[in-house]
Design a protein around this ligand. Structure first.
Ligand SMILES: [Zn+2]
Ligand SMILES: [Zn+2]
Ligand SMILES: [Zn+2]
Ligand SMILES: [Zn+2]
Length: 296
């Protein structure tokens, strides 16, 4: 294990022995020839392959011009993922043109015309010190700071919005209460107004009734008086007529009686020839006849 990877391994308790970063790179040549796993001690830049001590020794003999990186200089970020299309092959390359990972077979087949296909571990080795990574980190830091600011701003705004909402709800409630109260008062007033009018109308009708009763009573009294007076007048008239009649009758009877006596006296005086007597009686009879003729 390299110093760097040991450092990473000890860095966090969560990093286990199964973590790819703590695995030792093995000799690809041995692995490809089915000779099991041997610890890699160097990397051939030209062949893009890690080599064990033995394979490196023979490789140096065969290919003296190949650039070899020793254990300290060889790419340290090992990637143990296998190709999804070729499960036996390690993913060793990255094509920047296609933005895709590739194994050796993929590289030879799909990216043969791509200009920018590089060894993934070599690309990754300087990543932490690279400008791209630093820029990205800076951007991320800035973005994070922006997000924090935005979050703060949102929190403040959220508080404002909450307060506004609270206030709006309160205002709405107040307004609603006021409206309900006013509406209720209006109805109450209308009912009271009606009650007042009803009371006044009843009072007026009672007064009118009283006046009518009084008026009718007065008329009744006057009518009774009139009738009573008429009755009395008639009775008096009848009584008076009766009295006059009785007086007249008695006078008549008296006159008739006197006339009979006089007639008898006249007959007597005629029979006896008493002419002076006859003369006087004749004058009396004439007067009596005159009286009876004018009166009756
Ligand atoms: Zn080997
Ligand atoms: Zn080589
Ligand atoms: Zn592949
Ligand atoms: Zn490509």
């Amino acid at each position: 294990m390299t110093e760097q990877n040991k450092m990473i391994a000890n860095d966090s308790a969560s990093v286990t022995q199964h973590d790819d970063r703590v695995k030792e790179m093995y000799c690809e040549e041995c692995a490809n020839h089915g000779d099991g796993y041997s610890t890699a001690v160097a990397f051939c830049v030209d062949c893009v392959e890690y080599k064990c001590v033995t394979c490196l020794k023979y490789h140096k003999r065969e290919t003296q011009t190949h650039i070899i990186q020793d254990r300290k200089k060889m790419p340290q970020s090992f990637y143990f993922e296998k190709c999804s299309t070729h499960p036996q092959q390690l993913i060793k390359f990255y094509c920047s043109v296609c933005s895709k990972e590739a194994c050796q077979i993929c590289k030879d087949n799909e990216h043969v015309n791509c200009r920018d296909v590089n060894h993934l571990s070599t690309l990754a080795s300087g990543i932490q010190k690279s400008k791209d990574f630093k820029d990205l980190q800076q951007n991320l830091d800035k973005l994070y700071a922006d997000i924090k600011d935005t979050e703060k701003l949102l929190n403040v705004k959220s508080e404002v919005v909450d307060k506004q909402e609270e206030k709006a709800t309160e205002t709405c409630k107040e307004h609603k209460d006021k409206l309900f109260k006013a509406f209720k008062q209006l109805h109450q007033d209308l009912i009271e107004d009606f009650n007042m009018k009803m009371k006044e109308t009843i009072e007026r009708l009672k007064k009118e009734r009283l006046e009518l009763v009084e008026e009718l009573s007065e008329k009744d009294r006057k009518f009774k008086n009139k009738i009573t007076k008429a009755e009395t007048d008639m009775k008096e008239q009848v009584a008076s007529t009766n009295t006059n009649f009785k007086v007249l009758r008695s006078e008549h009877l008296y006159l008739v009686k006197n006339l009979k006596v006089l007639t008898s006296d006249l007959d007597q005086a005629k029979k006896l020839g008493q002419n002076c007597e006859l003369f006087i009686k004749l004058q009396l009879a004439k007067q009596m006849c005159e009286t009876l003729t004018t009166k009756y």
